[in-house]
Write a protein that binds this ligand. Structure first.
Ligand SMILES: [Zn+2]
Length: 293
């Protein structure tokens, strides 16, 4: 198998697909669809598409819960007002909105703390977006953060400034999100990581029976699960849905050069070794850089 390195942004159905696992609750599906509809104009030129869609979907999900109405019925003005939070001194984080999101997610069972800890993929979307980066060294001069959500909220305010109820009525329906894909691999799955002078390629090994060769990967929403050739299912923190889809999109098969688009769903077979950039790499990192054998 050869490869192709052209980086692309996420299509709207792909970005929606990463937010909506097949187990996703209906109100969340509707919130993602409404957010996608509101972001349709100019989607291909948006920077940070995934965090904009995720943040707007979470805001819609929260407002729909608070107002006890479907996400599509939440008035545009109410959405804009929720994004116009009062910033606290010394921080760009939209804490008030984040707290409302957290309350709505907790009330609808997306997270449970304590001994029976439970998190759904919807909660993990929230957790990822509000995460504030901190320098590893305490004495570092680097400022912590900001979170992806704080940047997304600012950008959403600009994007939605000219939108009102009448204009929102004219927007096309949102597309269907990309569905799950099951990838059968005939040889090894390897995660690759590189940067600076270091590079590593690690084979994915079943933690139960140590099997390395043959198996399947299932990408469903943000999650990826592996099943070894002997039928054991496990997860690997280094494998993420977006990175696997990116690796798949960069595979070009010898027979007829049929490229599998990132947004493919259903099932596909990869002949030979399947290399995927590690989840710690940028999403569109090339899993087959020419110098890396
Ligand atoms: Zn196994």
């Amino acid at each position: 198998m050869t490869h192709d390195t052209e980086p692309t942004g996420r299509t709207l159905p792909d970005a929606m697909g990463y937010l909506v696992a097949s187990s996703a609750p209906q109100p969340w599906r509707e919130a993602v669809a409404r957010a996608a509809q509101l972001l349709t104009p100019g989607w291909d030129n948006l920077r940070g598409q995934g965090s904009l869609l995720g943040t707007l979907a979470l805001a819609l999900y929260t407002l729909a819960h608070e107002r006890q109405q479907p996400p599509a019925d939440v008035p545009v003005e109410v959405v804009k007002e929720a994004l116009e939070h009062q910033e606290q001194p010394h921080t760009p984080e939209p804490y008030e909105l984040q707290q409302r999101m957290k309350d709505a997610l907790t009330a609808t069972g997306q997270v449970r703390s304590g001994p029976d800890l439970h998190e759904t993929p919807v909660w993990r979307v929230y957790r990822g977006l509000v995460h504030v980066w901190h320098p590893e060294v305490e004495t570092s001069d680097w400022e912590p953060g900001p979170s992806e959500m704080s940047c997304a909220v600012q950008r959403l305010r600009e994007l939605m400034a000219g939108l009102d109820a009448d204009r929102a009525m004219l927007l096309p329906e949102a597309p269907e999100p990309t569905g799950p894909i099951r990838i059968t691999v005939t040889s090894w799955v390897r995660t690759v990581r590189y940067g600076g002078a270091s590079a590593a390629s690690i084979s994915v090994r079943c933690p139960t029976c140590n099997a390395l060769e043959g198996g399947t990967l299932l990408v469903d929403g943000p999650d990826a699960t592996c099943t070894c050739a002997n039928g054991h299912t496990f997860t690997q923190p280094t494998l993420s849905g977006p990175h696997i889809r990116n690796a798949l999109a960069q595979c070009v098969y010898p027979e007829g050069d049929t490229r599998v688009p990132g947004g493919a769903s259903g099932s596909v077979t990869v002949q030979g070794e399947f290399r995927v950039a590690s989840s710690s790499m940028p999403e569109h990192a090339d899993p087959w850089p020419a110098w890396f054998v």
